[in-house]
Design a protein around this ligand. Sequence first.
Ligand code: NAX
Length: 334
Amino acid sequence: SASPVTVTVTGAAGNIGYALLCRIASGQLLGPDVPVRLNLLEIPDAVRAAEGTAMELADSAFPLLDSVTVTDRAERAFDGAGVALLVGARPRGKGMERADLLEANGRIFGPQGRAINDHAADDIRVLVVGNPANTNALIASAHAPDVPAERFTAMTRLDHNRAVSQLAAHTGAAVRDIEGITIWGNHSATQFPDLTHATVTVDGSSRPALELVERAWVDEEFIPRVAKRGAEIIEVRGASSAASAASAAIDHVYDWVNGTQGRRTSAAIVSDGSYGVPEGLISSFPVVSEGGAWQIVPGLEPDESLLPGAGERLATTVAELESERDAVRSLGLL
Ligand code: NAX
C-alpha cells in the first residue's frame, strides 16, 4: 500500500477541527489506501482539548491512522507535512479594527509559513481555512520563499458547494446535475458566485442555468444568500458552520491530490494574471485539478450580456483582495 502522509491540522481543538479529524483519519482526505499521520497544532491553552480529540481518534481505531501528535510548536507540527490544513485563526474581537485583525493573523500565519518552509515535505500542499483566508494564505506564502506559491491555497470550496446546493434546490435539479459554477475573488461578502457559465442537466440535456432562473432571483437571492450563508447558519444553528466547512476542506484537498477528471470547481489559488486579477494575489478562480496541480480554466469571463453587472462584481472582490494585500504589506507582514 501507499506510504503514509503527514497531515497537519491547526486549530485542531476548534469547531471545524472536531468535524474534520475523523474524516481525515478514515481516509476521506487522501483516499482509502493512504495511511495518515496526524499532527495537531494548537495554542497552549487548547492543547489539552486537542488531546481529548486525539483520544477519540484512538478510540475510533481507524485502520489508516498511523499516529497522532498534539503540540503547540509549529516546527514540530509541520515536520514532514505533505498536507497542511490551516484552520486556527484569530477571530475578530469586540472593538477590533480591520488592521488589528490582519496584524493578529499575520502573527499566526507568518511564523506558520516559515515553519512550513523549513520543516514540511517538498511536495507540501497548504489549504488555509482560517479567516481572512485569502490574505492569511498570502502571508504564509510570503514567509515560505522556498515553497512554490502554487502550494498555498485558500478555501472557497464551501462557497462553491453552497452555490451548487442553492441552484439545485431552486431548479429542482439534483446536485450532480449542476456544473460550471464559479466563485470569484475573496472568501468574504464581496465574493461573486457566478452562474453565467453554469449548466443544469434537465431530462438528460444540459441547459444554461440562467435560462432556468429569474434575473431577480440571481441578483436579490442567490448571490447575497451564498455570500451570507455563514451568518444564516450561525443564526439558525447557534454556532458557525463546522461540518460543511470540514466537508469542503476535504473536497478541496481530495480533488487537488486526486484530480477532478475535467470537472470544474472553485479554489483560491495564486493568480498568474488571468482574468485581470493581479499576479500574486490569492483569488478564487474556476479551476480543474490535473496531475496533482490546480489549473485556472481560461475563457470563462463573467458574461455581462447574461448578467449585467457581472464584470463589476468580479472587479469589486478583486479590489478588496488588493486592499487587504496593501494593508498587510504596510503592516510589514509580507
Ligand atoms: P474555533 O474558534 O472553534 O476554533 C479555532 C481554533 O483555532 C481554536 O481551538 C483555537 O485555539 C485555535 N487557534 C487559534 N490560534 C491558533 C494558532 N496560532 N495555532 C494553532 N491553533 C490556533 O473556530 P472554527 O469554527 O473552527 O473556525 C476556524 C476558522 O475557520 C475561523 O477563522 C473561521 O472564520 C474560518 N472559517 C472559514 C471558512 C471558509 O470557507 N474559508 C468557513 C468556515 C469558517 O467560518
